[in-house]
Write a protein that binds this ligand. Structure first.
Ligand code: 5GP
Length: 237
């Protein structure tokens, strides 16, 4: 019998007959303010599953090790079982969101170098910022793992920035999560969708990501559909 082993804000994780594989279910829930504001958005689970599938396949084809195995239905995918490292790994190309607020800069500032930040994944603590010595002091990960995580994050940025640019979208920032496999390899986990990145239309500067929900700027499903349409025009089978 399949058991639900994790219920996140927008996804559930279920066991399968194979103890090396898990089933991810994408739900229609959208949250903001770390879960304090919630809404059901029809079609969101399906859109994120399709977008993340295209992006993870593209990353895998370009040498990034990931947990993705295959999409199994409109809202479900099969992934390799990993133990998730409780870090949110954020890369920023453009100043926006919390970065712009924290440093008092205008959203849209082109950063001289990409900014790399770690946050400790904890809903109770509101995902606090964490530096590397804090990671090691609390044994969240070891230096070799963090080195590998930064290498993979940089490669992801180098692959996805030009991919989205070719679709008329600026990859402003994004959040990744990584997991350890049974044999100690670090691989990309979680998802890549407009829920965990910022995408701005290069021409109109329109927000094409979850800020549409966070800031109540319009219809989230319409915007995600447009991101999927552009990605599928380039990467779809
Ligand atoms: P910020 O720190 O500016 O809020 O977010 C930076 C980037 O990381 C954005 O693309 C945002 O969507 C993503 N991000 C940060 N924290 C979270 C989180 O808890 N969940 C998700 N899904 N994305 C996050």
């Amino acid at each position: 019998m399949a058991k639900m082993i994790y219920a996140g804000k927008a996804k559930q994780l279920w066991t399968t007959d194979d103890d090396q594989l898990l089933r991810v279910v994408y739900t229609n829930q959208a949250t903001a303010l770390n879960g304090k504001r919630k809404d059901q958005i029809s079609g969101k689970g399906k859109l994120n599953n399709e977008i993340s599938t295209l992006v993870f396949k593209y990353l895998a084809q370009n040498g990034i090790p990931t947990h993705f195995v295959k999409k199994i239905s409109a809202t479900e995918e099969l992934v390799k079982k990993v133990s998730i490292i409780p870090l949110e790994v954020v890369t920023r190309n453009i100043g926006a969101g919390h970065f712009a607020a924290r440093f008092g800069v205008k959203e849209g500032l082109r950063l001289a170098v990409p900014v790399e930040e770690l946050y400790y994944k904890s809903d109770e603590l509101d995902d606090p910022f964490m530096n590397e010595s804090q990671v090691y002091a609390l044994k969240v990960a070891i230096p070799a793992e963090i080195k590998q995580i930064w290498q993979l994050s940089r490669q992801v940025n180098q692959l996805l920035t030009p991919l989205f640019a070719s679709l008329g979208l600026q990859l402003v920032d994004f959040k990744l999560e990584f997991g350890r496999t049974a044999d100690g390899q670090i691989i990309l986990a979680d998802e890549f969708s407009p829920d965990n990145c910022r995408l701005w239309d290069l021409k109109t500067k329109q927000h094409m990501d979850k800020d549409v929900f966070r800031r109540e700027l319009g219809d989230l499903a319409d915007v995600y559909s447009e991101v999927l349409r552009r990605l599928a025009s380039k990467l779809g089978e």
